[in-house]
Design a binder for this molecule. Structure first.
Ligand SMILES: [Cu+2]
Length: 161
């Protein structure tokens, strides 16, 4: 009585769990509903991105998800990701952005240099930005515009080729 029921229990367990493992990653990564590619980045109290170089194909749609691993309060330590157009003056932009708290650290008079921008993530929060990568091959800078973070090295590049 005991052994047969145990055996059938194991069989149904195997049947149930077997297809789950290969199906989930395929659905999540290889065959997304749309053709958006997601890149996960973290940033912490060290004011660095976990990813500083993102290879991309011309014209593809990219979603950058930024999670703050920081522990300091948002008012003192928040992170965003702002992608600039080719040729944008990064230092000037970062300096102007530091003074633009009222507009989410995006300087209104320099918006024409912005390709895409996320909002600010406080500790444990995730923000994301989805945008179309330029068709022109080249290097497009991204940076965190929270005051001081660009200078501390919170920056990277999207390399389109
Ligand atoms: Cu930051």
């Amino acid at each position: 009585m005991f052994l047969p029921s145990l055996a059938s229990g194991l069989v149904s367990l195997v049947l149930f769990s077997a297809p789950v493992a290969p199906v989930v990653p395929a659905a999540a990564q290889d065959k997304p509903a749309s053709s958006v590619r997601t890149v996960e980045i973290t940033g912490g109290d060290d004011m660095k991105y976990s990813v500083t170089s993102i290879p991309a194909k011309p014209g593809e749609t990219l979603r950058i998800r930024l999670t703050s691993k920081g522990t300091l309060p948002k008012i003192a330590m928040a992170h965003n990701v702002v992608i600039l157009k080719a040729g944008a003056k990064q230092i000037d932009f970062a300096n102007a952005a530091a003074m633009a708290a009222a507009t989410g650290y995006i300087p209104p008079d320099m918006k024409d240099q912005v390709l895409a921008a996320s909002t600010m993530a406080g500790p444990g929060e995730t923000v994301e930005v989805t945008f179309k990568v330029p068709a022109a091959p080249g290097t497009y800078p991204f940076l965190c515009t929270f005051p001081g973070h660009f200078a501390a090295g919170m920056r990277g590049t999207i390399v389109v080729k």
